[in-house]
Design a protein around this ligand. Sequence first.
Ligand SMILES: [Zn+2]
Length: 437
Amino acid sequence: MTLKSFFILLGLMLALTGVIGLNAPLSDNAAARSAALIAPAGDAWRAALPADPEAATAAYMARLSPAAKARSDAYFEGGYWLQLWGFIVTVLACWAMLASGVLNRLGAALERTPLRRVRRLLLPMAFVLLLSLLSAPLAVFQDFYREHAYGLANLHFGAWIGEQLIGLAVSCVAGGLFLAAIGGLLRRAPRNWWAWGTGVSLVFLLVMLVIGPVYLAPLFNTYKPLDDGPVKSAILSMARANGVPTGNVQTMDSSKQSNRISANVSGLFGTIAISLNDNLLNRTTLPEIKGVMGHELGHYVLNHSWKLLMGFGMIMATGFLFLRWSLAASVRRWGARFGIADQPDQAALPLFAILFSAYVLVMTPLLNTQIRVVEEEADIFGLNASAEPNGFAEADLQLTEYRKSDPGALEEFFFFDHPSPRKRIFSAMRWRAEHLK
Ligand SMILES: [Zn+2]
């Protein structure tokens, strides 16, 4: 592939992105539509639920209309294939960069300018930028067209592109810094870079966990303190009861992007904030909010950020060990063909990305399971903290908007990073049954 054909390909991909985006079926009032697909129920219905957890769970699930279930299954199952497509697109984009030698040329061009001193940082940034632009058609299909087709998104195309550009700037800087650091380790510690690389990855994730909620999230949404009232007092009461040392409860305008209900408790070193989005405030009742916030407080109290960091660390360590072997073998096999001198050569970045994406794809079930296990813990913590099994079950029923309600066991193991709505409703009904006695 010549350099010229590479840039023609890049132009075509950007044009395709525009065509897909401009032809997306913009969703109309999705919240109203999806609400109509779940049969409403009142306190009398909930009080009359059978004690038996299986029977009570079945009663909840029966409120999901066949149309809603079919739509939710189709949306979520499509996501399985999109993971595979994401990998294929990454491989093709990286191959185009290797075959055209675009990074070698860019590196050589930078050598001739005063920018050569920061060449080792600029080249990884350019790599992240090119990879993102070449994958843009899949991104616009997956995150814009399809979200609108399923009535889950609210941004129009211009506003969506604006957010994507902010995200792209962040990932170019963060991804560029990370890849430059790994490249430095490859040069300086050719034998042990995988161990140092694991450490660097963990520090990097930690920094993102600390700065993300404070500096990155406000780039996309406006945060403001939650007004005093029954919701805030209920949340703060649960926080005090469970030793979460903060009075900071805030809300953000997520409804501009989507109708998804969401919340979190963020912060690691004394910057703790309890956040709940406006969708949760507007679409659910106080018992539901308490059920959801009990779960989020659980993540904080049970130190899930630290536990997941350790779990990811182990996956990163094996991944870098795999790369230490496979990158060396790939450079030996294809290095001459693609003008790659040795492993630390930055022209090898696309090879690195292909091998790492393959590893992540294979590890997806393990990553999902690590997260799903702590999510189940948070569910149980939340039920104990809020004592709102019906509130939690109602909120879980709403999550079927974007998560398949009742998958098979293997399917859940492979693809679910949260327990399925049916499982979560069952946990709630099991708690309820034991507390009715
Ligand atoms: Zn959670």
